[in-house]
Ligand binder design. Structure first.
Ligand SMILES: *Cc1c(COP(=O)(O)O)cnc(C)c1O
Length: 233
């Protein structure tokens, strides 16, 4: 695969994002790009930051920790914001609360309660999203649609957690048209919850393969790695 400079890939993604937003009668600044830097080294992260990116997504706490606390990243003039987009185990909640501005993958009351405890300890209100599992794939994490109302109720009572929206990872389907129903469903679930009084402005959905469709369906956060850094080896 031909590898283009990171800044030109980022520019292309921003352009496509604006285009999709406008196509859906949305303002382009309603949608933010999370550059997914998992498996990517610090020089590439720096290059992305120099291209204007401030939001980065990591999948694993330990890998993220190494990068976020590295001298190179700490010394950068740009203030970066890190989001956890991968599954979180309860025993890593303490680290996660220290490292991440937003955790996209809350999928159980136990995890939410642990994050709340850890956030309280450091006097932080932890911003989170609830990950919803919309397909039957065994390998995917996330709360089921049926259990979502209960989890929303539990998390709303936690004083050091602020639930800001929903996240999903649809199955990989070659034809993007087939992914659209999943995006629509997530938005529907959000809208239903808002009718019950929750405020859930954020919809984290869409990756390299399908972020344009996700934006047309209401995404506010898209998580893009491969389209910027190339295929992961
Ligand atoms: C890796 C990953 C992404 C980015 O996927 P690309 O296809 O490389 O854009 C997005 N979201 C999650 C949860 C991921 O794990």
């Amino acid at each position: 695969m031909k590898k283009c400079p990171i800044f030109s890939q980022i520019k292309a993604v921003y352009l496509a994002m604006s285009h999709s937003a406008m196509k859906a009668d949305r303002s382009p600044d309603e949608v933010r790009l999370i550059v997914v830097s998992k498996t990517v080294g610090i020089p590439a992260i720096r290059e992305a930051a120099e291209s204007g990116v401030r939001l980065f997504g990591e999948s694993r706490v330990q890998e993220a920790r190494k990068k976020i606390l590295s001298e190179e990243i700490m010394a950068m003039p740009e203030k970066l914001e890190w989001h956890l987009i991968g599954h979180l185990q309860k025993n890593k909640a303490r680290d996660a609360v220290q490292l991440f501005e937003v955790i996209h993958t809350v999928d159980s009351a136990e995890l939410a309660e642990e994050l709340d405890r850890q956030a309280e300890k450091i006097g932080k209100i932890q911003r989170v999203l609830i990950q919803v599992k919309l397909s039957a794939e065994e390998t995917k994490h996330g709360v089921s649609e049926a259990e979502l109302p209960e989890l929303l109720k539990t998390t709303a009572e936690l004083k050091h957690l602020r639930v800001e929206g929903l996240m999903t990872i649809p199955p990989y389907l070659e034809n993007v048209k087939d992914v659209v129903p999943y995006f629509r469903r997530l938005r529907g679930l959000r809208d239903e919850a808002e009718l019950k009084g929750y405020r859930l402005p954020e919809l984290s959905m869409g990756m390299s393969h399908d972020y344009e469709a996700a934006i047309e369906e209401g995404a506010t956060l898209v998580r893009v790695g491969t389209a910027i850094f190339g295929e992961r080896c």
